[in-house]
Design a protein around this ligand. Structure first.
Ligand code: ADP
Ligand code: MG
Length: 258
């Protein structure tokens, strides 16, 4: 089976006027189609850099990035990217925000419009299409951003701390909604989060990165029972706390390392 994402020995170096710095190194990772994985690790370890390389926004200094077997050369409609900030355009209605990706790639037609409208309905925003972003709560805005990301029907979603600006209750609701939406549609997802319990509750595997320069420290398989449960209930499953403590211990080791 061709992996949805295949990172082969990738490294990235940022060059600034203060010199060159190695952000990530020797990253070797395959994500299977339909799999949900999380990247966790200390701030600045290179999580966003890895997502940007998968998205085709950054070119790796070394190694290759493949999505569905094809070497990534730039952004593609196959890959959706969702960030902490929703980047909704304030001057466009929610419906027009949802359509913008389709419009910009010349794929806005009756069928794709309906697809986006149905998604909006499914995300509980059916009545909000004519509103403007400032009229929505943070959770609704993030749901609108999710609709916009899903509207071009990407097979792979990259989620960079999409819940970190939300209150706890909204965040838990959105975790459930995202996992359900992606699993129902057999989408592949790579989530970056600094919340370990979120990573375990939502994912099939948790990838822990070392401190900068980021390398893969360890990959943890999430037990089936936890994976089968909705994120909200996954936290109560047997084995959840054990896995949490196991990864936490490794994080402490990384944290204390110079
Ligand atoms: P994370 O998302 O894990 O917090 P990043 O991928 O954003 O980490 O950053 C990894 C490292 O690369 C950090 O040391 C950061 O300072 C550096 N970095 C990120 N973006 C840039 C940039 N545009 N120019 C120079 N250095 C950068
Ligand atoms: Mg980041």
């Amino acid at each position: 089976m061709i992996p949805a994402v295949d990172l082969q020995e990738i490294a990235h170096v940022y060059v600034t006027d203060r010199g060159a710095s190695l952000a990530v190194e020797g990253i070797q990772l395959q994500v299977h189609p339909g799999e949900f994985i999380s990247l966790v690790g200390p701030s600045g370890c290179g999580k966003t850099t890895i997502l940007s390389m998968i998205a085709g926004l950054l070119k790796p200094a070394k190694g290759t990035v493949k999505v569905h077997g094809q070497t990534v050369k730039g952004p593609s409609p196959e890959v959706g990217y969702m960030l902490q900030q929703d980047y909704l355009f304030p001057w466009l209605t929610i419906m027009n925000n949802a359509w913008i990706g389709l419009e910009l790639t010349g794929r806005l037609h009756a069928e794709s419009r309906k697809f986006a409208r149905d998604l909006l309905e499914e995300m509980g925003l059916g009545d909000s299409g004519s509103l403007y972003p400032h009229q929505l709560s943070g959770g609704m805005r993030q749901r609108a951003a999710l609709v916009r990301t899903l509207a071009p029907d990407p097979s792979l979603l990259l989620l960079d701390e999409p819940f970190s600006a939300l209150d706890y209750q909204t965040k838990l609701q959105l975790e459930d909604l995202i996992v359900k939406t992606l699993k129902d549609r057999h989408k592949t997802a790579v989530l970056v989060t600094h919340d370990l319990s979120e990573a375990i509750a939502m994912s099939d595997r948790v990838v822990l990165l070392d401190r900068n320069p980021g390398r893969i420290h360890q990959v943890f398989e999430v037990p089936d029972r936890i994976r089968a449960a909705q994120p909200f209930f996954a936290r109560e499953e047997a084995g959840f706390n054990e896995l949490f403590r196991k990864i936490w211990k490794e994080m402490e080791i990384i944290g204390g390392k110079e």
